[in-house]
Design a protein around this ligand. Structure first.
Ligand code: NAD
Length: 518
């Protein structure tokens, strides 16, 4: 924190220091090791979701600025990829400490721009920090393979090598964690990195960039541009960019996957979700609390939120209790003590969520708890929706088919586990799911038969730790190599295979070998 304070500008709200301009809180670009003001004429407002006040502005970077950023990445690649792996490791060891030291500062920025509660914002930073910590074991992660004596005097070995300039395009809902899934893993492998944070929450990425610079990352190894479609198209099209990591909605993710792949790039694209929690009638106490937390935490704006619950058999009798516990959550601005559920990102998001609730009502769902028209004292203009529960939901309803991305739990019922599994396997998404049960055989059957990439057994939000990978599947993912863990290293590296022969004694080859060696 002291480090950041030394570059603060008192005139700037939020004490953001060098990442922001001096007189108005405009977000800078980070190009070739310098935080620079954009010369663009196109700016987007950044709003505090609890009040809708404009708290900053973010530029749509110009073509020249984007070219300068990618050129900087290209220039830095040679020396960075040749920098010893131990030196790169040291930078990320210092980086993880700086993130730890500044976790509260980062969380304040997240709450201001994104709206989530401060405690949840710290969790956002913490889960990203774990990826950086994991990146510090690059000396093991990047090992190649060897096989001696393939034939007489001949050995084969592989190197894992960086691929060049990589790029990341991030969503608004995890301003720290998701950028930290991207550039630390890409860079520690020896790639240089072009980041485009969400235009709605750019501040956290800027602070993270400053910390990485302070940790010793050389100029040009990380560049940051801002913008929307033009910046995304630039990334998809620029020939110097070899790989794109995207996290966000299906409409953007499918487009980026297609456009980037067509241009010969590797693309990993993590997208939307509809995650189901299956409630078996055998573990009430544990289940209800877990379900409430996973449905309404972060105001439901998590790709792993449990937004659909399937109550199996007699567990449907627990619904009144689920409603009572949900009612007890406090809806408030994220920086207010005791807040459980913060605002949605924008008035448009609030409108969309309320429209989807209404569609449920019109299509025959029953509103057990209605969070529309929730009042938050002192925050009349905030984008608040309170916890909402719709029961009697069926798979043909719009509120089930669409990702709501708000604090809305849709409740379905099933007579058996088989029926619940069939519902989930018919849903196009495959990001995450959880089963709540005290029966091992039930849990095993579920994990075996459900076609979803990440499964929790009595764990409501089973986001894997970074030694594993984030393995959402089906409609929630495009690409073939997942984020972080071993797969993340694979995504950001290519293999060079060497086959060498060193004969023990001098045996001169007397005739040319024109047939394939066998
Ligand atoms: P979004 O798709 O609107 O934005 C993500 C990024 O794409 C932003 O940087 C944005 O500038 C860019 N973008 C947006 N629309 C675009 C378009 N039409 N063409 C090109 N680029 C575009 O997503 P969001 O609203 O910021 O994030 C919420 C979504 O992200 C939800 O669907 C959520 O499920 C998903 N998400 C998925 C994961 C996961 O790991 N599967 C994690 C977090 C969020």
């Amino acid at each position: 924190a002291a480090l950041l304070r030394s570059v603060l500008n008192k005139k700037v709200p939020l004490q953001l220091g060098r990442c922001y301009s001096a007189s108005v809180p405009t977000t800078k670009l980070f190009i070739d090791g310098k935080f620079v003001e954009s010369s663009t004429s196109e700016w987007l407002d950044i709003h505090n979701p609890a009040t809708n006040e404009v708290v900053g502005r973010v530029p749509k970077a110009t073509q020249e600025e984007m070219l300068a950023a990618v050129d900087s990445c290209s220039r830095a690649f040679h020396s960075w990829s040749e920098t010893s792996i131990l030196s790169r490791q040291q930078i990320f060891l210092r980086y993880q400490q700086l993130i730890k030291d500044n976790i509260k500062e980062l969380a304040r920025m997240i709450t201001l721009e994104q709206g989530k509660t401060l405690a949840d914002a710290e969790g956002d930073v913490f889960r990203g920090l774990q990826v950086v910590e994991h990146a510090c074991s690059i000396t093991s992660l990047m090992l190649g393979e060897t096989l001696p004596s393939i034939t007489k005097d001949m050995d084969t070995y592989t190197y894992r090598l960086p691929i060049g300039v990589c790029a990341g395009i991030a969503p608004f809902n995890f301003p720290a964690m998701i950028p930290l899934w991207m550039f630390p893993i890409g860079m520690v492998c020896g790639n240089t990195y072009l980041m485009k944070p969400s235009e709605r929450v750019p501040g956290c990425t800027m602070l993270l960039a400053k910390m990485l610079q302070d940790a010793g990352a050389p100029d040009g190894t990380l560049n940051i541009i801002h913008g929307q479609h033009a910046a995304v198209n630039f990334i998809c099209d620029h020939p110097a960019i070899k790989a794109i990591s995207f996290v966000g909605s299906n409409s953007a993710g499918e487009y980026i996957y297609e456009r980037g792949s067509k241009n010969g790039k590797r693309v990993q694209s993590n997208m939307g979700a509809k995650n189901h929690g299956v409630v078996m009638p055998d573990n009430k106490e544990n289940t209800i609390n877990q379900l409430v937390g996973a449905a309404f935490g972060a105001a439901g704006q998590r790709c792993m939120a449990l937004s659909s619950a399937i109550f199996v058999g007699e567990s449907r009798e627990w619904l009144p209790e689920l409603v009572e516990r949900s009612k007890s959550l406090r809806v408030n601005a994220g920086d207010q003590p005791g807040a459980d559920v913060g605002p949605l990102i924008s008035p448009q998001a609030k409108q969309r969520v309320e429209t989807l609730i209404q569609s449920g009502v019109e299509e025959g769902a029953k509103v057990l708890l209605d969070g529309r028209n929730v009042k938050v004292a002192g925050y009349d203009n905030g984008n608040f929706v309170g916890p909402t529960i719709l029961s009697n939901v069926t798979p043909n309803m719009t509120c089930y088919k669409e990702e709501i991305f708000g604090p809305v739990l849709v409740v379905l019922e099933a007579d058996s586990l088989d029926e619940a599994i069939a519902i989930i396997n018919r849903n196009p998404y495959g990001n995450g799911t959880a089963i709540f049960t005290s029966n091992g055989a039930t849990a095993r059957k579920y994990t075996h038969e459900v076609d979803v990439g990440q499964i929790g057994v009595n764990v409501p939000i089973p986001v894997p730790l970074p030694m594993f990978s984030f393995t959402g599947s089906r409609g929630s993912f495009r690409g073939d190599t997942n984020f972080y863990g071993k797969q993340g290293i694979q995504f950001y590296t290519q293999i060079k295979t060497v086959t060498s022969q060193w004969k023990a004694e001098d045996a001169t080859v007397t005739t040319p070998a024109v047939t394939m060696p066998t």
